[in-house]
Design a protein around this ligand. Structure first.
Ligand SMILES: Cc1cc2nc3c(=O)[nH]c(=O)nc-3n(C[C@H](O)[C@H](O)[C@H](O)COP(=O)(O)O)c2cc1C
Length: 216
């Protein structure tokens, strides 16, 4: 595929086939994502891939924990968020509702699916050392995008999942990661289930003139 079209046509996958990823595809994916740029080449990402039966066990633990009250799933915004950004988030939710209803689902599919990785056979949990958080979180974003695009080229769909921050204690304990590290993001990945209407959904983007400026 033309690389520009790859960028324009990629979209997140929110329904995966429950089949294992073949052969050495995961190694190839990690090898490609590892080429992501980072400030001073510090490569501050620490990756744990949890797959198949091990992921099933983690799913169960997450669902148990999600029943507990007082869990905070929201992104830690550091101030009042301007209306225009909140409106874009609301539009995403409204747009998804239409596709979900085709499969007789509602938005709870997205929230529960975020906690169960939309049935993906594999998840990458990406950590950063606490000394670098949030200053170098930008490098995690860089890694995340490389990972997502490499997966697409290898025939896999992905969904980054920030919502899991509400159960990061469960994930950290399951993986056995030291408390010196912070879970930035999870990326669910696997083969796309194209039968599901939600996977036909492509979110839109604002006009370039809304957030870009070319000066010369
Ligand atoms: C940092 C980050 C966190 C995200 N967290 C979630 C999530 O918890 N659940 C979910 O369904 N999608 C999540 N997404 C997917 C976004 O909603 C999606 O990327 C956005 O709507 C744009 O759609 P597109 O990637 O299909 O172009 C996340 C994306 C990013 C980059």
């Amino acid at each position: 595929m033309d690389p520009i079209n790859l960028l324009k046509e990629r979209k997140v996958c929110r329904a995966f086939k429950n089949i294992p990823i073949k052969g050495n595809v995961v190694e190839n994916l990690l090898e490609a994502a590892q080429q992501a740029p980072s400030g001073s080449n510090m490569q501050p990402w620490e990756i744990y891939i949890v797959m198949n039966n091990k992921l099933e066990n983690l799913r169960k633990k997450i669902l148990e924990a999600a029943n507990e009250k007082n869990r905070n799933y929201g992104p830690p915004f550091s101030g009042e968020v301007p209306e225009k950004y909140l409106n874009r988030r609301k539009k995403l939710m409204d747009d998804m509702k239409g596709y979900l209803s085709e499969d007789k689902l509602n938005l709870s599919y997205i929230f529960k699916g975020s906690l169960t990785f939309f049935n993906a056979p594999a998840v990458a949990f990406i950590y950063i050392h606490k000394s670098l958080y949030p200053t170098r979180s930008i490098d995690i974003g860089s890694y995340m995008v490389y990972f997502m695009l490499a997966a697409e080229i290898l025939g896999l769909g992905t969904c980054p999942i920030g919502y899991i921050r509400g159960v990061s204690d469960v994930i950290n304990e399951f993986i056995g990661v030291s408390n010196e590290f912070i879970l930035e993001i999870a990326i669910a990945f696997g083969y796309k289930d194209d039968e599901k209407a939600i996977n036909k959904f492509k979110s839109d983007r604002v006009q370039l003139s809304d957030n870009s400026c070319i000066m010369e």
